[in-house]
Design a protein around this ligand. Structure first.
Ligand SMILES: Cc1cc2nc3c(=O)[nH]c(=O)nc-3n(C[C@H](O)[C@H](O)[C@H](O)COP(=O)(O)OP(=O)(O)OC[C@H]3O[C@@H](n4cnc5c(N)ncnc54)[C@H](O)[C@@H]3O)c2cc1C
Length: 443
């Protein structure tokens, strides 16, 4: 980790004491938040020769990056970048310019160039060969240091004011001046990592609208969850549908895991952004077969196997034995019930439970367990081609602070890196154009 003592900072930047604060010499670029978006933006802006200040509230930067992928860091996804756009709910098209400007293959090349190779798993998730998030963070910090980024840790930004020509950025220690400002403070999930929604307050203070914030990529608690004793049982490519009242909201196929309180797994996490308390999730344990077809075939089997136990018929559907026993129990069907003794009403109930077991969502998991935040800085007020605010000149946004959240599989880190890169490139271009204008007006 790179940190500076206050003395070193003072010497380095020749601060001037004003009241209780130090007013420092002007920076070209100040980035708030040293997560993946902020680090990437800062190092690229500094690599072009800008004087860059990176302010991080925690004592150590990149806390959430270290947790990513259970510490293994699923950094991006395989495949063409055009396949990414549909993985950010309704907001993928906003990210299109950023993703195309710095796609997954460029991210992979960037790390490769610096000695970190990637591997792709069978689901298309791209990881570091070492499977260590810490290696990604260490590399980003090393490059930041080499490029001359002034990284101040343990220094939360408490206020930002946009003046005519620059920004004044206040922390507990100082007031800084900067021509360009990038807010990369992340969302508000896993608050212990430092992402506590400060960026929303800072942006709102400068006139930006913040859309409704809610947990996303989060497990669901289920009211009176009947499968708690099967916690850990997982299902690949399970079909399920989500209902609000009488309306079917959507149908999906994905990997699901039973937890103590309810449901998790990529299939659930990816659509949790669209699920509300009180929604009904109907799980199908019968594979891809449609309910009517299943009901017909199941009834035929029951008729032709009168002496066989119902459970042994169900075992032949590749349903785990513990689950079969549980479902029979929940349907009030004795474990030794034979097909001949299965009444029409019990058969109907069994078919319902197997093809669309209804579970009522108690609540989506809160911010302490959600991997990302739904909502954020309203996209209407940010130029997707530059990441610059449409309201405040020279103000930029990068990463999860924006109203963008992606599916599991590396889509969130790719968005953080791509938006951080686009903000840096836009600032470099703006600065370049400004310098060119100044030069031509002098000659
Ligand atoms: C457990 C977990 C696992 C995940 N795994 C993956 C994965 O494998 N792949 C994937 O793509 N995504 C994953 N994600 C999501 C991904 O980590 C985030 O989307 C990503 O870190 C967002 O990057 P960011 O830079 O925008 O924000 P953050 O990483 O949240 O960084 C924001 C930084 O800003 C700092 N900050 C906040 N307020 C202030 C302030 N006032 N002053 C100064 N600094 C401030 C914070 O301390 C923080 O360091 C995971 C998330 C979690 C929680």
């Amino acid at each position: 980790m790179i940190g500076w003592s206050m003395d070193a900072v003072l010497q380095e930047e020749c601060g001037i004491l004003i009241g209780e604060h130090f007013l420092y010499m002007q920076f070209d670029v100040t980035v708030i938040g040293a997560g993946p978006a902020g680090l990437f933006c800062a190092l690229h802006a500094a690599a072009s020769g800008r004087r860059v200040l990176l302010l991080e509230k925690m004592d150590a930067p990149g806390a959430k990056l270290l947790l990513s992928g259970l510490g293994q860091c699923n950094i991006t996804h395989d495949g063409g970048i055009e396949n990414f756009f549909s993985h950010y709910g309704d907001h993928g098209m906003f990210l299109k310019p950023a993703l195309c400007n710095f796609p997954n293959r460029h991210l992979i090349q960037f790390f490769k160039k610096h000695g970190l190779c990637m591997v792709t798993d069978e689901n298309g998730k791209v990881f570091l060969k070492t499977r260590r998030s810490a290696d990604v963070l260490a590399l980003l910090l090393l490059i930041c240091n080499d490029c001359g980024v002034s990284l101040h840790t343990g220094e939360p930004v408490t206020g930002v004011v946009s003046t005519n020509k620059s920004f004044e950025i206040t922390t507990g220690r100082a007031v800084y001046r900067s021509t360009y400002l990038v807010i990369a403070t992340g969302g508000t999930s896993y608050p212990a990592t430092g992402s506590t929604g400060d960026g929303y307050r800072l942006a709102a203070g400068m006139g930006h609208a913040i859309t409704e914030i809610a947990p996303a990529l989060t497990p669901l608690s289920i009211t009176e969850f009947p499968f708690a004793d099967l916690c850990g049982m997982s299902f690949s490519a399970m079909q399920f549908s989500v209902w609000r009242g009488e309306s079917k909201m959507f149908e999906k196929t994905g990997d699901i895991v039973f937890t103590h309180q309810g449901l998790s797994g990529p299939g659930i996490l990816d659509c949790s952004r669209s699920i509300r308390s009180g929604d009904i999730i109907r799980l199908s344990f019968i594979g891809s077969e449609r309910r009517n077809e299943f009901a017909k075939k199941f009834a035929e089997r029951i008729h032709s196997h009168g002496s066989r136990q119902v459970k042994s018929v169900l075992f032949s559907y590749n349903i785990p034995q513990r689950l079969v026993r549980k479902i029979l129990d929940l349907a009030n069907i004795p474990s030794d019930c034979t097909c001949a003794h299965l009444s029409a009403s019990l058969r109907s109930r069994l078919i319902l439970y197997l093809s669309g077991f209804p579970l009522t969502v108690g609540a989506p998991g809160d911010f302490s367990v959600a991997m990302v935040t739904r909502g954020g800085v309203s996209l209407d007020e940010v130029n997707p081609k530059t990441m610059e605010s449409r309201i405040v000149k020279n103000l930029f946004f990068a990463g999860e602070v924006l109203d963008v959240d992606g599916d599991t599989g590396g889509y969130n880190l790719q968005a953080a890196f791509s938006t951080g890169m686009l903000a840096a490139r836009s600032i470099i271009k703006k600065n370049h154009d400004r310098d060119a204008m100044n030069t031509s007006s002098c000659t």
